[in-house]
Design a protein around this ligand. Structure first.
Ligand SMILES: [Cu+2]
Length: 106
């Protein structure tokens, strides 16, 4: 009888994960670092959001159509794009006065 080998699905998606450009975004003292993030237009990119505060923050952007809570002292991946060239503001819904930034797709 022919044997079937089930490849773990992460093995199949590994090249996809690796091929996606990644950009780091840090939350500290209710501020985003960097506050302006330049990414390539026309491709999907992965934002690794690293919340270094004790408190949770919600990454929110109407223009990017993204909304995600990042618990305190944790990291999460947010996929955006492919974006048309332009500027896409984002903010922290829990600390909107200080947690503000923008993605610039070029
Ligand atoms: Cu929200």
């Amino acid at each position: 009888m022919r044997k079937f080998y089930l490849l773990p699905c992460w093995l199949l998606s590994a090249p996809l994960w690796a091929a996606t450009p990644e950009f780091e975004l840090v939350i500290r003292d209710h501020l985003f670092f960097p506050s302006t993030l330049e990414v390539p237009a026309g491709v999907k990119v992965r934002l690794m959001v690293d919340n270094q505060d004790e408190t949770p923050e919600e990454f929110e952007s109407y223009e990017l159509n993204r909304e995600k809570v990042i618990p305190g002292n944790s990291r999460t991946a947010i996929f955006i794009g492919p974006l048309k060239p332009g500027e896409y503001p984002f903010f922290g819904e829990f600390y909107p006065k200080t947690a503000q930034g923008r993605v610039i797709a070029k």
